[in-house]
Design a protein around this ligand. Structure first.
Ligand code: AHR
Length: 505
C-alpha cells in the first residue's frame, strides 16, 4: 500500500505567486463586527481593531485580503463607508438581510490590512452601480491629492493614498441571487467598460473579471468565453469560486473535493486560452480563485454558537459560522494542494472568509479569538509553500468514489525554496481507514543537509473532532513518526485521513 513519486528541480511547474495565500473579509454576519473590529474589546487598539485577531492573521500568513464582498458588494455604496463615523448612514444590506452600520469602512479596512502586513484586493459594485462609481472610488482611494475625491480622502484623515493595486470587477454576476445579476453579454460589456475607464486613471491596476460562481453553473464556460471575448485585452484574471461539504455521509467523495477544484481550474484555463486563440492574442489570462473553502451550504455543520442566529435585518447577526472538523481541515489542505499544483495559472486565491464566517479564525464577542482546525493547513502552506512548485506525478493506490469515480488516495505537491533549495512536500491521505506509505525519489534535488527537518500531521482518532471556544486546542498538528531520508529516498507513513507537511533540507 505505497504511493510513489519523483522530485527533480529540472521539472518545475511554476514559481508560486504569494498572493495565492489570500483571504476575504466581507460585510457578512460577524466577519467585520466582533470579528476584525470590536471597539471596547479588551484587545482592541485605538482604531477598534482586535489585536488578538490581528496576531492570528499575521501568524496565518495572509498575503492579500479581498473586501468588502462577496454578495454584499453588489449593493455597496463606498461613499457610505468613509468620513466621520457618526455621520455614516445605516443601510439595508439586501444580500444578507442585515442592517449595515458602516462603522467599519474603507479606511478602517486599509488600516487593518496594513497592520497585519497584507495587501488589499478591492471589489467594485457592478450590481446596482457601474463605471462612474468604480472610477470615483479609484480616485478617492488611489489618487495622491488635488482633486475633489482625493482631497476628500485627505480631509477624512488619510493623507497617503491607499494604493490598491488589485481590483475585482463585481462579484458572482452570473448568479441569479446576485443583486443586479446580469447575462454574460451584459456583464462582459460593463466589465470591459469599467476596466477601460479604470485603466485611463492607471494603466497598471490589476483587474479580475467575474467567472462562474462554481463549475456546476448552467452557464459555466460559456459565461467565461463571452465575458472574455468582451474584456480579454482589458483584464488580467478571471475569477473562480468553489465551496465543498460532505453530503449524505459520503466522506470519500468529500475527501476527493480537490478533483473538482483541479478540473475547474483546467477547464477555465482551456476556456480562456480558447478565447485567446480566437483573438490571436499572445496574452494569457490568469486565474483568481478568489473564494474557496469548505462551507456546509445546507446548514448541516455545527455552528460556533446558535445564539440569535440569522435574525432578519439584524446588525452583524450570526451567519454561516461553521465549526470545522479534522476532516474539513484535511479537505482544506487538499484544496491548497490543488491551488499549488496549478501555480502556473492561479496567481491569486482567497480563502472565504477570514473571521467567524466560514473562517479559520473564530471569536467570542468580548472574549477570546481562537484557531479552527482549518487554520493549520493554511498557515503551514503559506509559511512553507513559497518558492517554486515541482511537478508531482504520484503513482499508487486508488479507490472508487460516488461523485468522482476512481481517485488517487494520495494528493500531493512539493515546493522548493529558491534560495536555500529546501523542499516541502504537502500530502493528503484520502483513505479514511488505512495508513498510506509514501516513497519519494529525491535524486536531483541536491539537498544541502539531506535530512527531514519536520513531519507535521493533522489527523485524529476522531475525524469529527473540532476546536471550540471552550476547548480551542483540542485539534493541533502533531509530529509524524518513522519518517526517513536515506539513499536519496524519502520514506513516510501517512496516517489515515491526514494532512501532512514534510520539510526537507
Ligand atoms: O463567501 C460567502 C458568499 O459566497 C459570498 O458573499 C458570495 O460571493 C458567495 O456566493
Amino acid at each position: 500500500h505505497t504511493a510513489r513519486f519523483t522530485l527533480d528541480p529540472a521539472f518545475a511547474v511554476s514559481p508560486v505567486d504569494e498572493r495565492i495565500f489570500g483571504s476575504f473579509v466581507e460585510h457578512l454576519g460577524r466577519c467585520v463586527y466582533s470579528g476584525v473590529y470590536e471597539p471596547g474589546h479588551p484587545s482592541a487598539d485605538e482604531a477598534g481593531l482586535r489585536t488578538d485577531v490581528m496576531d492570528l492573521v499575521r501568524e496565518m500568513g495572509v498575503t492579500v485580503v479581498r473586501y468588502p464582498g462577496g454578495n454584499f458588494v453588489s449593493g455597496f455604496k463606498w461613499e457610505d463607508s468613509v468620513g466621520p463615523r457618526d455621520e455614516r448612514p445605516r443601510r439595508l444590506d439586501l444580500a444578507w438581510r442585515s442592517t449595515e452600520s458602516n462603522r467599519f469602512g474603507l479606511s478602517e479596512f486599509i488600516d487593518f490590512v496594513r497592520k497585519v502586513g497584507s495587501t488589499p484586493m478591492m471589489a467594485v459594485n457592478l450590481g446596482t452601480r457601474g463605471v462612474a462609481e468604480a472610477i470615483e472610488l479609484q480616485e478617492y482611494a488611489n489618487h495622491p491629492a488635488g482633486t475633489a475625491l482625493s482631497d476628500l480622502r485627505v480631509a477624512h484623515g488619510d493623507t497617503d493614498p491607499f494604493d490598491i493595486r488589485l481590483w475585482c470587477l463585481g462579484n458572482e454576476m452570473d448568479g441569479p441571487w446576485q443583486t443586479g445579476h446580469k447575462t454574460a453579454e451584459e456583464y462582459g460589456r460593463i466589465a470591459a467598460e469599467t476596466a477601460r475607464a479604470m485603466r485611463q486613471i492607471d494603466p497598471d491596476v490589476e483587474l479580475v473579471a467575474c467567472g462562474s460562481s462554481n463549475q456546476g453553473m448552467e452557464t459555466f464556460a460559456r459565461w467565461e468565453a463571452t465575458v472574455l471575448e468582451h474584456s480579454y485585452d482589458l483584464v488580467d484574471h478571471v475569477s473562480l469560486h468553489a465551496y465543498y461539504y460532505e453530503t449524505e455521509g459520503d466522506r470519500d467523495s468529500f475527501l476527493a473535493s480537490a478533483v473538482d477544484t483541479e478540473s475547474f481550474i483546467e477547464n477555465v484555463v482551456s476556456t480562456a486560452d480558447h478565447v485567446g486563440a480566437r483573438l490571436k492574442s499572445k496574452k494569457k489570462i490568469n486565474l483568481s480563485f478568489d473564494e474557496w473553502n469548505v462551507w456546509y451550504q445546507d446548514g448541516s455543520s455545527p455552528q460556533l454558537s446558535d445564539e440569535g442566529r440569522g435574525e432578519d435585518w439584524a446588525e452583524a447577526p450570526r451567519l454561516l459560522e461553521d465549526n470545522y472538523s479534522v476532516t474539513d481541515a484535511v479537505v482544506v489542505g487538499s484544496l491548497l494542494i490543488a491551488l499549488l499544483r496549478h501555480a502556473d495559472r492561479v496567481k491569486v486565491a482567497c480563502q472565504a472568509q477570514l473571521v467567524n464566517v466560514i473562517a479559520p479564525i473564530a471569536t467570542v464577542p468580548g472574549g477570546p479569538a481562537w484557531r479552527q482546525t482549518i487554520y493549520y493547513p493554511f498557515a503551514q502552506a503559506s509559511k512553507y509553500g513559497r518558492g517554486t512548485v515541482l511537478d508531482v506525478r504520484p503513482q499508487g493506490p486508488t479507490h472508487e468514489t460516488a461523485r468522482y469515480g476512481e481517485v488517487d488516495l494520495l494528493h500531493a505537491t512539493a515546493v522548493r525554496d529558491d534560495e536555500t533549495g529546501a523542499v516541502t512536500v504537502f500530502a493528503v491521505n484520502r483513505d479514511q481507514r488505512r495508513a498510506l506509505d509514501l516513497e519519494v525519489a529525491l535524486a536531483g534535488l541536491g539537498l544541502a543537509r539531506g535530512e527531514v527537518v519536520e513531519h507535521s500531521v493533522l489527523s485524529d482518532a476522531d475525524a469529527d473532532a473540532r476546536n471550540t471556544a471552550d476547548d480551542p486546542d483540542r485539534v493541533t498538528p502533531h509530529a509524524g513518526t518513522g519518517t526517513t531520508l536515506e539513499d536519496g529516498t524519502l520514506k513516510a507513513t501517512l496516517e489515515p485521513l491526514s494532512w501532512n507537511v514534510i520539510r526537507l533540507a
